[in-house]
Design a binder for this molecule. Structure first.
Ligand code: SAM
Length: 299
């Protein structure tokens, strides 16, 4: 059943076909929009397979380019909505996807769209929704944080991103990759790096390494956090200056005059005040946040 659309996808995502489309429409890549198009069927296949789509589910694609990944998604999902910022790509996408009545192209900036409304409009009839994309690298973090913070009803997010960013998202406490991005992502999701990807699968080739990461959305956070905004303030402050101790970084939140009380509070949480933020688990950040709130410190 997947043979037909997969064959068509094959047409779009080979280097030859991609170059033909670009020539036919006189398209020129805009580096400022992070335009690096995928030309490798295996990678496209891996990305889509990781999302676990079926004909009851929907997919939101961010930045469809000339539709290579979109066609693979169309073969697997009941409904695909693809948001593309570049007006020059809209007629190309409409042509390439003309046969796919369950695919809709939306012209817009994903960072400015009302995604809750988009979900209500486009995905009312599907059981679950995945975000699947080869993301523009210059806005990876804002896009992912928007998807997570708006608490959209997502099953998972499978995205191609810069390898270093993927490693930071999946990092465990104790290493130099671990930071506020790791905590934020792991608060909402279970991350898993699906595969590392060489430069050669893109036109034009990016000058950074890439990886596909899958973020499976959690039903609820893995730690007990009564006030999410406060928890993230504690996390941000703890990583503010990486070479400083936890106590030094958190002093910035409570004021120097409370330094002694802060030390006691951390000791009460069984967290050594001279540790660095990068060694703390989500559970330890949650413990500090709860202790602050109990002490009446908003931070
Ligand atoms: N999906 C295509 C592929 O894999 O071949 C293209 C991926 S390319 C890395 C990123 C795409 O995102 C480009 O088509 C670019 O124009 C688009 N884009 C960049 N910023 C965007 C934004 N803020 N909102 C929506 N699309 C955006």
């Amino acid at each position: 059943e997947t043979n037909g659309p997969a064959m068509k996808a094959l047409e779009v995502a080979t280097p030859k076909r991609t170059k033909e489309i670009i020539a036919k429409y006189g398209f020129s890549f805009k580096k400022s929009l992070g335009q690096n198009f995928l030309i490798d069927q295996n990678i496209l296949h891996k990305i889509v397979a990781a999302a676990g789509l079926d004909k009851t589910k929907g997919a939101l694609e961010i930045g469809p380019g000339i539709g290579a990944l979109t066609q693979h998604l169309a073969a697997e999902a009941a409904k695909v909505t693809a948001v593309e910022i570049d007006a020059r790509l809209i007629p190309i996408l409409r042509d390439v996807l003309a046969q796919e009545s369950h695919v809709e192209v939306v012209h817009g900036d994903v960072l400015k769209l009302d995604l809750k409304q988009l979900f209500e409009e486009k995905f009312a009839d599907v059981s679950k929704v995945s975000v699947v994309a080869n993301l523009p690298y210059y806005v990876t973090t804002p896009i992912l944080m928007k998807l997570l913070e708006e608490k959209l009803p997502l099953e998972n997010i499978v995205v191609m991103i810069q390898k270093e960013v993927a490693e930071r998202m999946a990092a465990k406490p104790g290493g130099k990759e671990y930071g506020s991005l790791s905590v934020a992502v792991q608060f909402y999701c279970e991350p898993q790096i699906v595969c590392l990807v060489p430069h050669t699968v893109f036109i034009p080739q990016p000058n950074v390494d890439s990886a596909v990461i899958k973020l499976a959305l959690r039903d609820k956070p893995p730690v007990d956090v009564p006030d999410e905004a406060h928890f993230f303030r504690i996390v941000q402050a703890s990583f503010a200056q990486r070479r400083k101790t936890l106590a030094n970084n958190l002093t910035a939140l409570v004021g120097k005059e409370r330094r002694e009380e802060l030390t006691q509070l951390l000791n009460g949480c069984e967290i050594d005040p001279v540790r660095r933020g990068e060694t703390l688990s989500l559970e330890e950040f949650a413990r500090i946040s709860r202790a602050f709130l109990e002490a009446g410190w908003r931070g």
